[in-house]
Design a protein around this ligand. Structure first.
Ligand SMILES: [Zn+2]
Length: 78
């Protein structure tokens, strides 16, 4: 049986986070929420390995894609 897919959802808008979380959980995904890039990086540094990262690119304190990749590059891309 496949593992439960985990999605890291990064958005500064609480309403959007909650509605997306609800939709994704109904579909059977595990959801980890972060309200900004720092919180997302903290999750990743603690060992979270999401299948998918949903990142709001228009946040007040955006997290650059290169910074995120530098933090955790999937093994097959190294
Ligand atoms: Zn997965």
């Amino acid at each position: 049986m496949a593992h439960q897919h985990v999605i890291l959802l990064i958005d500064d808008e609480p309403d959007l986070r909650e509605s997306l979380e609800t939709v994704l959980e109904v579909e059977g995904y595990g959801v980890v929420l972060a309200e900004d890039g720092d919180e997302a990086l903290a999750h990743l540094r603690r060992g979270l390995e999401p299948c998918l990262i949903l990142l709001d690119l228009m946040m007040p304190q955006p997290l650059s894609g290169s910074e995120l990749r530098a933090t955790r590059t999937p093994r097959h891309l190294k």
